[in-house]
Design a protein around this ligand. Sequence first.
Ligand code: ADP
Ligand code: MG
Length: 778
Amino acid sequence: LDIEDGPSPKKHRRNSKAVDAVAAAERRKQIDAERRQLPAWAARDKLLQLLQEHRTLVLVGETGSGKTTQIPQLLLSARFGSIAASDKFISQNAGEVGPSDDVKSPYEGAGVVDRDGVFRSAVNHEGRTQFNHHTSTGSDVNGVSDHGGPEQQTGIRSVGGSGGSRVYGGAIAVTQPRRVAAMTVARRVAEEMGTKLGDKVGYAIRFEDVTSSSTRIKYMTDGLLLREALVDPMLSRYRVVIIDEAHERTVHTDVLFGLLKGVQVRRGDDFRLIVMSATLDTARFVDYFPGAVAALIRGRQFPVRVMYTAKPEDNYLDAAINATLQVHSDEGEGDILVFLTGQDEIDSAERLLKEHLAALQGSRGASSSGCRELLVLPIYAALPPEQQMKVFEPAPEGQRKAILATNIAETSITIPGVRYVIDTGHVKARDYNAKLGLESLAVVPVSQAQARQRSGRAGREGPGKAFRLYTEADFAVLEPTTPPEITRCNLGSVVLQLKAMGIHDVLGFDFMDPPPRAAILRSLELLYALGALDATGCLTEEVGRRLSRLPVDPMFGRVLLAATEMGCGQEAVAVVAMVSTENVFHTPRQKEREWRAARLKFISREGDHLTLLNVFRGFRELPKESNKARTAWCSDNFINIRAMRKAEDIYEQLVRFLGPPSPPGLGLQLATCGEDSTPLRRALTAGLFPHAAKLQPDGSYRVLATGRQVFLHPSSVLLDRKPDCLVFNELMHTTRTYARDAVAIEARWLPELAPAAFAVKSAAAIAGAGVGTSGGSR
Ligand code: ADP
Ligand code: MG
């Protein structure tokens, strides 16, 4: 390549390969320079040393300090994740410069560096935390001088100690609570390392595995690592497990904590656990893990001016749009980050913002160039990856980005360039009512800690401003922190997995924060009612063992198993694949008449599941090779082709889980019921019966298991002809409680298909008001 001659633009235009090479080289250089600026980079020697001495490292660092992207690479370069921890490994490193005695530092014993420069050792010896205070003589972790420099490989100490003959794999697992984070971060790190995504660096989320045998750093959702633990309780593929975003305390993270504690005991010095968090509250983690040490990476944070509204806003979405436009017209340079709660909201905000901007443009005349352009960019999980990556690109000259994000941007991903934060004060969170046994996704107010995190995003690169769309008085009454998810979610799937791992005494499991007893009992009841547990609480082979292997919620797993017996396995797999996919239908506001007309031909009077099945069938009739035909069909029918491809992929994976006779296949028959919907609706009943509901005279429904009043979601095809009895997928709270995705069933099927839940109650209770039937009856 002719790049030595110096960059002559003309010449390069002729040779596009050379241009690409130059561009790539420049980009690498720039990325390299960016990496070196990160606080995590400066701290790397110190961190390695801590990790050689301690089995658990609790690492705290401001969002954007480089924890997620840099720490795994650091471990890899120090061979913490290169090859199996075998003798070969040790001898290879013998003689290399390592954490020898001459690099002892004032941090000896390791610990937390306070902002005032006080070094605090916080090692948990056999579960007891000891704090020694002494003043640091050197710089803080952030400012530790480079011993050796970037190219130097830090060898690691002998890894003996496990004593066993078992050889473990050497990969590094990094868990994320969110799929988007796993994907975007993996992509970024692959770029930083100059490798193809899926090669040395990859990611895995449910139903999507972009890794290979050469993958050393694997970003994955915490839920997926939990699934892996089911088949491989020692997590033997991994030398290091990093639980990232630990402060979020998702239910999967919390269960992993308990499991990892056990793995540590059994694998000994051969295994390292790093718990990374964006909040300073390390004590909980250090107390929980024996031998843990805490360290702080001090990031740079500029002051952020926080502004509140003078009076409460009725509609935070409108308020967010106004605030965005106002910041854009009144404030100096810098991108705007707007926190919204979900995709629907983001989509409408994007549309409204663009409409406003177009109107402004029109009224000012095209020539007015005084105001820079506003580039509106959404980011959420279901967005195509190319679009996700757009938010990370700097705004073109003369433009400003307005990023409309879900909670993903609170700590999981850091978007460069943000100077202004607009906080609607709301978040979509899982909520579980143990007494009612119902889980739902609801829009709820954020906690004070979340509000602070959000505001902090404005001060990463310079002083910033945060606009909170609520009053200061409202802020004062917000919860100080968000309680761990495990204390407020449906534990069905978690309890099932613990049981499948042989952890019988779920109530006695070493949870960092035990969930409410009632919630555990409730999920035991549910699993019993589904037939997954027997009366003694042991996993049943026939149902329980199989359910634990299926990567879907136990209720949907039960639907699949029932369907294989009822001769509608193919249909049930298609339905489960479709409901696992988000946003199948495209509903542009300007073309409402058109999409409604297109939708008609798929609608089944019997319910949303069957409507989705019709869509899936229509899609599958097109030749798989013909992208053109498929794209045209989707576009004609206002159907999202990405969602369909995803559903097809999930369908094929589920078929592999159910069909083949050897593991992971369960060796079940996947027959088809053709046009007769009854078997499929019965199979859905067999799994979704805890969500069975009966029509009330006022047009609402009453959930049989709980007596709760719910309304059919406006998107349901059953809205015009409400059936007497139905089962639904999930509840959603907005102004009222909606049942989403519903299918008509016969009330008399319930005692037959869910005897453990309904048979003991009189049929009259079901046929009548339906109040007072309990979900399980043990
Ligand atoms: P932390 O985990 O400590 O919050 P990260 O490792 O995620 O920090 O991010 C470190 C830096 O890398 C951030 O400053 C961010 O700007 C940059 N970064 C992360 N992901 C991307 C990306 N996809 N594109 C560009 N920059 C990124
Ligand atoms: Mg991170």
